[in-house]
Ligand binder design. Structure first.
Ligand code: CP
Length: 304
């Protein structure tokens, strides 16, 4: 059984193939509309979600399959004290594949040990979010035509931002990638991510100023300050508006900058930026459905 817990569970060749299938799904939609008939996806979301859960569900429905699941811990027997292990073992009797989001880091690994159906990590605490990274890679490939030779600025909450951790881990495997890590000192990337970058030998710098970084960037990946992971509300309030991207800040940016954000945004990108042709975050949300369709096919071992 194949699971997707970390983005590195997929080889670069497999990611290339997923991107190829995602593009083919757009071009030849009819070919895929019944390919998952009689297959069931369970979406088990112990934490809130709009894009990840609904794009997974839309993906399975567009492949001709069915969906079941819950969208909060409170609406499942977790509220009565059931363990993740028992929940996954049970749902594995009902579904062919499971996408799960949980506030505890490593919960999908525990789940994967208790079932024989594929488990997809749809976000585990402040750790990883591999299907967001697949979404991001498809977006970058569609916008830039390549996944190598670029300077990527990641900005905001790099400590708790699981999308950033997975994106960095993924991009380490492509040629000539440079990272500019833009965050307040308190929200810098964890040491294990820095160790990965050092081990891979990529160039990276840490800065606090978005303005300083802007002119050198090919990709600007904005992130939300993750309120739900703070222990202290006062710290959140102090840090939440550290970066607000607006049109003025974009004046020094490259003309072909790609502005990304996993969403939801709170205040870190002004709505005036949405109409700038470099803003790609809603396109990114659409890419999420296409790549999740491709991923479901891969993990269900359905040949295309
Ligand atoms: N990008 C992302 O994970 O969004 P949701 O929290 O809405 O799923």
């Amino acid at each position: 059984v194949r699971n997707l817990i970390n983005i590195t569970d997929l080889s670069v060749q497999e990611i290339d193939k997923l991107i190829e299938v995602a593009d083919d799904i757009v071009k030849n939609h009819n070919k895929y509309e019944n390919i998952c008939a009689h297959k069931k996806l369970a979406t088990l979301f112990f934490e809130p979600s709009t894009r990840t859960r609904l794009s997974f569900e839309a993906a399975m429905l567009e492949l001709g399959g069915s969906v079941l699941g819950f969208s909060s811990a409170n609406s499942s027997s977790a509220a009565k004290g059931e363990s993740v292990s028992d929940t996954i073992r049970t749902v594995g009797c009902y579904a062919d594949i499971i996408a799960m989001r949980h506030p505890k880091e490593g919960a999908p690994i525990v789940g994967a040990q208790r079932t024989t159906v594929p488990i997809i990590n749809a976000g585990d605490g402040g750790h990883f979010h591999p299907t967001q990274t697949l979404t991001d890679l498809l977006t970058i490939k569609r916008k830039k035509g390549r996944l190598s030779d670029m300077t990527i600025g990641v900005c905001g909450d790099l400590k708790f931002g699981r999308t950033v951790h997975s994106l960095i881990e993924a991009m380490l495997r492509y040629d000539n990638i440079k990272f500019v890590l833009i965050s307040p000192v308190e929200l810098q990337v964890p040491d294990y991510i820095k160790e990965s970058m050092n081990k891979a030998g990529v160039l990276w710098t840490e800065v606090e100023s978005l303005e300083e970084a802007m002119p050198m960037l090919d990709i600007l990946y904005m992130t939300r300050v993750q309120r739900e992971r703070f222990f202290n509300e006062a710290d959140y309030i102090r840090l939440k508006d550290s970066y607000i991207l607006d049109l003025e800040k974009l004046e020094t940016a490259k003309k072909d900058l790609t502005i990304m954000h996993p969403l939801p945004r709170v205040n870190e990108i002004s709505v005036e930026v949405d109409d700038d042709e470099r803003a790609c975050y809603f396109f990114q949300a659409l890419c999420g459905k296409h790549i999740r369709m491709a991923l479901i096919l891969l993990l269900l071992n359905i040949q295309v």
